[in-house]
Design a protein around this ligand. Structure first.
Ligand code: PMP
Length: 384
């Protein structure tokens, strides 16, 4: 910690409050921008959200709950936990809820990570992992992806006696790649039994590859494995912030201690319950998104774009040094996507209209010399 001498707005010399040095290397979470086309249209495809408005049953639950917001929410989220318990056939004492699965991830880190400890994950993966790890005071250990997918051998080799938590993102954000059941089981068998493994399944509902396991089926006999889920994607509640984790009751008890009181509000709890009760309608939307994903994949391949096979609600284009220019070109057409400089871009699957706007923008991106042009590209198809 360091006290920084400074001058305040009035010009008086003084000192600023001490800030934890762990924050020095932290970069704030970046949210996508909202560009508009010359005609004023905005096509938001940068945050992997559901493109659909809430269904009427969810809207009704939200309206009803809104009338009670003068009261604090149920801090134990009892009704929501009971609903999750029956839906996923897991005991209530094996479930903890949080403010988005980001909030739950923070609780997990609060429970096991500390300065001197290490948190292991593949990279590139979900951008919140390094932020939350540094916030916890622990040290991130990032294991590079191999062909756009988790390198589980390298991850197992990177485990030390300082490792406190491992994030495994399946499907991976931003590449959309997946890990098969046998590969994941082999990896889990190599992880010491006292080391927490978090299988982040934010996009599980979009998976259509039969080899990919439902993480919940990997838990029996593995008390160190927890499965992280969210209501932000397939359930369409990104704006309300609810996520949950399924794990061993001892882990769950620790997590509940790390819960920021009242951080899952009553409107969010009611909406999540209503969403679970309306699952058929919501999963029909997921099916449409999956079909759109395959349509985009096909068209982008025909355009010669280096697109990776995805099992999530987004696609990854490995554009290398063209990533920023490509995203800028899309932004000029009102399409916001997520660029990662020097690596690629992630494009969320939106409504058919939004997707068409993106495809049109992609079709007119001038391919520089030396890069495959439309029709001459090779399909970069990485399934694992
Ligand atoms: N995990 C992954 C892999 C994600 O991509 C996201 C959202 N982008 C989250 C977790 C967080 O979701 P939320 O906090 O909205 O539940």
């Amino acid at each position: 910690m360091s006290a920084v001498p400074t001058t305040d707005a009035s010009g008086a010399a003084g000192q600023l409050p001490r800030i934890r040095s762990a924050l020095d290397r932290l970069v704030s979470f970046k949210q996508g921008t909202s560009p508009r086309s010359p005609e004023g249209h905005a096509f938001p495809l940068s945050a992997n959200e559901s493109p659909y408005e809430p269904i009427p049953a969810v809207v009704r639950a939200i309206q009803e709950a809104a009338l009670g917001v003068n009261r604090y929410p149920d801090n134990t989220c009892a009704d929501l936990i009971s609903e999750i318990s029956s839906r996923f056939a897991v005991p209530e004492d094996s479930i903890a809820v949080g403010c988005g699965s980001v909030g739950v991830s923070q609780m997990l880190l609060e429970a096991v990570a500390e300065p001197g400890g290490e948190v292991l994950y593949a990279w590139r993966s979900f951008e919140a992992y390094p932020i939350l790890t540094r916030l916890s005071g622990a040290t991130p250990v990032e294991v590079p992806l191999k062909d756009g997918a988790h390198d589980l051998d390298a991850m197992a080799a990177a485990i030390t006696d300082r490792t406190r938590l491992i994030f495994v993102c399946n499907p991976n954000n931003p590449t959309g790649t997946v890990i098969s059941r046998s590969d994941l089981e082999t990896f889990l068998d190599r992880v010491p039994a006292d080391l927490l493994v978090v299988i982040d399944e934010a996009y599980i509902e979009y998976v259509r590859d039969d080899d990919v396991p439902d993480g919940l089926t990997l838990r029996p006999g593995r008390p160190n494995v927890v499965v992280l889920r969210t209501f932000s994607k397939a359930y369409g509640l990104a704006g309300l912030r609810v996520g949950f984790v399924v794990g061993h009751p001892t882990v769950i008890e620790a997590l509940r201690k790390a819960f920021l009181p009242f951080s899952v509000n009553a409107v969010a709890q009611a909406a999540a319950i209503a969403a679970l009760r309306s699952e058929d309608a919501l999963m029909a939307r997921v099916e449409t998104t999956v079909k759109e994903r395959e349509r985009l994949h096909h068209t982008l391949t025909a355009q010669g774009r280096p697109v990776t096979s995805s099992n999530a609600n987004f696609l990854w284009l490995q554009l290398g040094d063209q990533a920023l220019a490509f995203a800028g070109h899309c932004a000029a057409a009102g399409v916001s996507i997520r660029p990662f400089a020097g690596e690629g871009v992630r494009v969320s699957i939106g409504s058919p209209t939004e997707n068409d706007a993106f495809l049109a923008a992609s079709a007119t991106f001038p391919t520089p010399p030396g890069h495959p042009g439309p029709g001459e590209g090779t399909l970069h198809d990485t399934r694992r």
